[in-house]
Design a protein around this ligand. Structure first.
Ligand code: GAP
Length: 511
């Protein structure tokens, strides 16, 4: 079995080879943690965005979408707390000169202990077979108990140093755990410092009149400042939501792991405005609804889990992540946060404008509470792409590389091939394309043997291939081949649009 590193390297190489993701400005040796999406990547990204937008906006009568600007008045970020508190604790290793997030070093250390527990469980499972009782094992085995105690102690101390912003305590925790630098192997650490993640820029031409701005670190604030505009013009009644997708920017200290942690990335966020006191009910509703959305893509229930936050942000009264099993383990994919009335109240205070909702039933005005769902589009891309990339051994012993993207998200839905480049077959293939392209992204390929063309489309993630052959000339039928099962069936050309529309309908997938 390939190890995690090898699997991840394959994912990155495949993304480049098939036109999904390139390093930004590659001809100049790239820019750290910034990536470009190629011809297939742009389509996949758009399809994920559409799938999210339709499920949130089109499928909910009480959710509308907006598109706010990236630049916002600088006071926005003072009010939201980002100027004062959007920091990561960083620490440098004096020997390797590498910089790390102090919390990530501790979390990785804790995760390694967890992996040891998981290994013990797997071993015991093998040893005891059917008689194995996992619950009994984890509550009695001395090794597991000792390790679990260590994990719990680390969690308590990590939460404390973060909540109290105790930077000396943070360093002490790293020293006490004897964490070493993964590069130099040494424990020669600097003190822990706070580092603000926002990118600054300037608006205006002359130096003295220029205004300091930030590139937005989250799209959510564009929704908060437009809360009343949308509520009034859309005549929205609570509970209602505002959705948005768009770029966000963070000067990440540790920007590794390909498109998992980028400096320029895209978010898909929705703020759901509710009556105070009802926020926890809606928080549970959105946790469940968002998990259902992920499940609809069929990438395996076992690859998702909830992680409740140990440390709540100052504005939240509940928060959880949906974690996904990435090639490097379970990590955050989406956050669901009950943000109370913190943001709207802060904007009221800083702007001097009222941001209240008049509730006709109660005959009173209040600042709504907010439940937020926030997912990184690029991170969702990585989840889908990495899980879909598979090496299969076929019945005849040969292997194939196949990108089993959920069909609804695939960049190219159908590839059409003439069996040979003559006898009028290319013309028929072209007619089929002209008929299908109104509804679907379609590609033409006439190079190499058909088997090789199938393999090419398997690796590119195309769910359907259509082959036009000499029988087509006689009875207007073609071969329709399905990527995942590799099954082929003979179908009439006139039936192609309805067969494909049925397979690729959003109703079928989202239902
Ligand atoms: N408005 C709330 C918010 O921004 P967050 O947990 O900081 O919350 C939400 O970010 C989501 O955005 C994350 O779950 C992740 O999917 C994505 N995200 C955050 N930082 C990212 C980065 N540097 N690169 C890629 N995606 C990122």
């Amino acid at each position: 079995m390939a190890n995690q590193d090898d699997t991840f390297k394959k994912v990155i190489a495949h993304a480049k080879e098939y036109g999904y993701i390139f390093q930004s400005s590659e001809i100049y040796d790239g820019l750290s943690a910034v990536y470009d999406y190629g011809q297939n990547g742009a389509e996949l990204k758009k399809n994920i965005r559409d799938y999210w937008w339709k499920s949130m906006v089109q499928m909910h009568q009480n959710i509308v979408g907006i598109d706010a600007a990236i630049f916002m008045h600088p006071t926005t970020w003072k009010a939201s707390g980002h100027v004062d508190a959007f920091n990561d604790p960083l620490i440098d290793n004096k020997d390797s000169k590498k910089r790390y997030r102090a919390d990530v070093l501790v979390e990785d250390y804790r995760e390694k202990i967890q992996q040891k527990i998981d290994k013990d469980i797997t071993k015991a499972k093998k040893r005891f077979g059917d008689a194995f009782n996992e619950n009994e094992f984890v509550t009695t085995n001395p090794n597991v108990l000792r390790r679990q105690k260590q994990i719990d102690e680390i969690t308590v101390e990590l939460t404390r140093v973060q909540e109290e912003n105790d930077l000396e305590g943070f360093k002490q925790l790293i020293v006490d755990l004897e964490i070493v630098c993964p590069v130099s192997g040494s424990k020669n650490w600097t003190d822990v410092r706070q580092f603000n993640l926002m990118f600054g820029t300037k608006l205006g031409a002359s130096a003295d009149s220029a205004m300091d701005l930030y590139l937005r670190p989250e799209t959510a604030q564009g929704i908060f400042v437009n809360f009343l505009n949308v509520q009034k013009t859309g005549r929205m009644k609570i509970p209602f939501g505002i959705a948005q997708t768009g770029k966000a920017f963070r000067n990440e200290i540790v920007a590794r792991q390909f498109i998992f942690r980028m400096r320029e990335f895209e978010q898909m966020e929705m703020q759901f405005f509710v009556k105070p006191g009802e926020e926890l009910k809606w928080y549970e509703y959105w946790k469940e609804t968002r998990l259902k959305w992920h499940m609809s893509l069929g990438m395996g229930e076992e690859n998702y889990r909830f992680h409740d936050h140990d440390k709540l942000a100052h504005y939240a009264n509940a928060a959880a992540d949906i974690e996904f099993n990435f090639p490097f383990g379970f990590k955050e994919l989406e956050g669901i946060h009950s943000r109370t009335d913190f943001d709207l109240k802060a904007h009221e205070e800083y702007s001097g404008k009222k941001l209240k909702f008049f509730d006709p039933q109660l005959n009173e005005s209040y600042v709504p509470y907010v439940v937020e769902t926030s997912i990184g589009l690029d991170r969702m891309f990585l989840a889908v792409f990495s899980k879909s990339l598979q090496e299969e051994t076929l019945d005849d012993g040969s292997t194939r590389t196949v990108l089993k993207l959920p069909n609804i998200l695939a960049p190219i839905k159908v590839a059409v091939f003439p069996l040979v480049k003559k006898d009028g077959l290319p013309d028929i293939a072209q007619q089929i394309i002209d008929d299908l392209k109104w509804e679907h992204t379609v590609l033409y390929d006439e190079k190499d043997a058909v088997g090789k063309r199938y393999r090419r489309q398997d690796a590119a993630g195309t769910p359907f291939c259509i082959t036009v052959d000499h029988e087509t000339l006689e009875n207007q039928t073609v071969t329709l081949r399905e990527r995942d099962s590799m099954k082929q069936k003979r179908v009439k050309i006139v039936d192609l649009p309805s067969i494909l529309s049925e397979e690729l309908s959003i109703k079928k997938w989202l239902n």
